[in-house]
Structure formats: structure tokens, C-alpha cells
Design a binder for this molecule. Structure first.
Ligand code: SF4
Ligand code: SF4
Length: 194
């Protein structure tokens, strides 16, 4: 299993372009792991493409949820976990609403992201988001421009979230500490001098 973090790696890019299936590349445990984490029947995918047709990310990027479903079924772990497109799902659940086989493709993607994190394969902006949530409770914290805009609209400067109730931050931090999210984000970013 590669733990490649450099998405510009030409060898990996060639591999991701390769549309042939080699049994030697297949990890039969991968589908089992994905199903166990996602708790969905990923093996039932028959590649109808309804999920990709429903996906708001598909017309705007190279991300294709159907491709990841296929990689799961074929056990193509490296191709799935190392593909930066894995992180382009917005978790809107449109595909899950529409899959004719009652599969939850969204949860398949989330499972694959969990597995990728085990190998430290995470986009840096996601790690920085983890750090922000840990310190503010928000992936995108409020700022002075937004505060001024809110006040102009007659709202309070800060929304009724952890910005207004900082006493809930220790609870959020406790959950994140349990999963070692901040610790791992700090470690990976420090290893890369960021
Ligand atoms: S909609 Fe469901 S069955 Fe069709 S390709 Fe997507 S995951 Fe597979
Ligand atoms: S949940 Fe993800 S994969 Fe499914 S439709 Fe939304 S963006 Fe696309």
C-alpha cells in the first residue's frame, strides 16, 4: 500500500489513468473494509451511473462517484485511496437518495476517506480545517467582514454556535481527541514543515 502524499507523482498519475484491471493490484480485503465502515451494500453496485448523474461535483470536476464504487468492488485500494478526487464529494447525499440498489455511495466515499487517513493520505487543506475546528468549532470561522455584514442585516455579530457559546469547545475537543484527529493533523503537517 502506497502512502504517497505527493499528488503530482507521475507514476501514480499513470496508474490512475490506466483503465485495465490487473488481479495483482486487487486487495480483496478492501471491499470488506469499506462495507464494514460504511455499513452499506457496496458489492451490489451494478454501475448504472445514477449516482454520477446526480452528483453536483461531477459536472464541475473529474470526480466520478461511480468510478469509486467500481474500485471498491474490484478491490483497487491504491487507486481509490490515492486519487485526490476522493476528497471532492460534498456529502450532499443526492446519490444515496437516488441509487436504485439502495446503496449509500456517500458512505462508501466516507469509508474510503477514513481508510486513507489511516495511511496519512489527506489533502493539507482538510488537515488545516481539522485544526480550525479544534480551536474555534468551525471549519470556516467568523471574521470581521462577516460580522459587519451580519450586523448590517440586524443579526448578532456572531452566530449562535461555538462563537457565542465557547463553553462547548471542550466537548468538541474531547470528541476530536478521542479519534486523535488534531494530533494526527498536527503531526502530518509538521512532518511536511507546514
Ligand atoms: S447509483 Fe448505485 S448501483 Fe448505480 S452506479 Fe451508483 S452506486 Fe452503483
Ligand atoms: S454525496 Fe458526494 S458523491 Fe454523492 S452526489 Fe453528493 S457530492 Fe456526489
Amino acid at each position: 500500500m502506497a502512502t504517497e502524499k505527493n499528488y503530482g507523482n507521475p507514476e501514480l498519475e499513470n496508474k490512475l489513468r490506466d483503465r485495465y484491471f490487473y488481479t495483482t493490484d486487487s486487495n480483496p480485503e478492501f471491499l470488506a473494509d469499506v462495507k464494514k465502515i460504511s455499513r452499506t451494500i457496496a458489492h451490489m453496485c451494478y454501475q448504472c451511473g445514477t449516482c454520477t448523474g446526480s452528483c453536483p461535483s461531477a459536472p464541475r470536476s473529474s470526480y466520478r462517484i461511480r468510478l469509486f464504487m467500481r474500485r471498491g468492488v474490484l478491490g483497487l485500494e491504491q487507486e481509490a485511496l490515492n486519487d485526490p478526487d476522493l476528497w471532492l464529494c460534498t456529502t450532499c447525499y443526492s446519490c444515496t437518495d437516488r441509487c436504485p440498489r439502495d446503496i449509500a455511495p456517500t458512505d462508501v466515499i466516507m469509508a474510503m476517506r477514513n481508510l486513507a487517513f489511516k495511511y496519512d493520505i489527506v489533502p493539507r487543506n482538510f488537515l488545516k480545517t481539522v485544526q480550525l475546528i479544534y480551536t474555534t468549532g468551525h471549519g470556516v470561522p467568523n471574521n470581521d467582514v462577516n460580522r459587519a455584514a451580519r450586523e448590517k442585516l440586524g443579526l448578532t455579530a456572531d452566530p449562535p454556535t461555538t462563537h457565542s457559546y465557547p463553553e462547548f469547545m471542550p466537548g468538541i475537543q474531547k470528541i476530536m481527541d478521542h479519534y486523535k484527529m488534531k494530533e494526527n493533523a498536527d503531526r502530518i503537517l509538521a512532518e511536511e514543515g507546514q
